[in-house]
Ligand binder design. Sequence first.
Ligand code: GDP
Ligand code: IMO
Ligand code: MG
Length: 447
Amino acid sequence: MANVIVIGAQWGDEGKGKITDLLSDSADVVVRYQGGVNAGHTIVVKGQTFKLHLIPSGILYPDTECIIGSGTVIDPQVLITELDQLKELNISTDKLFISQTAHVTMPYHRLIDRAAEERRGNHKIGTTGRGIGPTYADKSERTGIRVLDLMDTQGLRDQLEWTINYKNVILEKLYNLPPLDPQDVIEEYLGYAERLRPYVVDASLKIYDAIQKRRNILFEGAQGTLLDLDHGTYPYVTSSNPVAGGACVGTGLGPTMIDRVIGVAKAYTTRVGEGPFPTELQDECGELLCSRGAEFGTTTGRKRRCGWFDAVIGRYAVRINGMDCLAITKLDVLDELAEIKVCVAYEIDGERCEDFPSSSRRFQQCRPIYKTLPGWQQSTSDCRSWEDLPTQAKDYLKFLAELMKVPIAIVSLGASRDQTIILEDPIHGPKRALLQADGTPVSLVNK
Ligand code: GDP
Ligand code: IMO
Ligand code: MG
């Protein structure tokens, strides 16, 4: 029995969907614990592509229960579209459950998200425009609508009449937007309520019951460590806690129940939206990573900014998440390169800095210090074992593991399930705490 958290170790889009789907094979329950439809998780199975925003990436396994936990924010319209799309593909959603205490994204959240971004001008965050920030803001302000409110017809009418009139003041007076008609919104959401009612449960209780029965639970993070509201590159972050700690808060589970944390990182770095990105490449090499990696957002279609692997943020992600091991994805994207750079430290005001600076002002000033490694210049997409990999690719992976002091358990070489090398059992392999006497991790990268 093992309860495992899968998190993004960079700025999102690391390939969490692929890795979660892969690991779901040995999970009984897969749980999303934060974020909303800002997430876009892609799974490719036998040439068929599935893009999920809210539904956990375990849904392709018919016997696996999937839970949308209380720390998420749910846009019912998008969720229902996702349910319909899965139905069309003959994927059962009978084992999907939705937490009754998750918050609901309303039309005014989306409108305010987009209007606020426009108003910010040069200071914009580059949000997905899906109403995520305003939904979480209402949760904190204690004016949010929860799934259980949605299920209470008369209560919802009362609550929404008041809330929409209040939000209309903001829409009209602050953003010069037309007001929403409370009755229209109420009717629309009551329709959604009927559609979603069969899925609604006390998710915390359901997860606890599963744990009591020694079932395997996989917690699927959305976004990534550097987009964490508390620990990311604030203010260029999302409004939830993608870090491993968020899994406990976002599901109502105690930390003693968690066995293992698996980080997912690309073999290079990408970022969507605004904010500092020390290793960003604004040259043809960046373009090459973008085109080879098909780096366009799953949710918004925006072009992702691309750059070299940053081991400073990698080390930070290991620390903040208590990471046991890493899955390195998209190694194949580097196949053509003659040389590959890795950021090993930063320079700030002429001084070398090994640790991620928590001050956003200092982070803005970071200049990467690179180590250059030789590329392998051959295809890795058909490699299926450590031995199949070119020597330079093995050296690259060893170098990353040594820099971050964490074992690499999985290497991904393509979007499909089978384009994967499992170096050590990510769920039952050695814990990161078991460092060797010289401080290096117990890891297959020492092979
Ligand atoms: P997530 O948000 O972390 O789940 O990642 P996304 O799905 O948004 O973005 C990752 C993209 O890379 C998707 O299109 C995946 O199909 C694709 N992908 C995942 N792993 C690999 C890999 O190892 N190689 C390549 N070439 N593509 C991959
Ligand atoms: P997955 O789960 C990459 C980014 C947005 C923006 C910032 C805030 O697919 O990895 P928000 O709409 O959340 O208020 O936007 O966060 N962002 C993501 N970037 N992958 C994601 O999700 C993201 N979700 C949000 O681009 O910079
Ligand atoms: Mg994504």
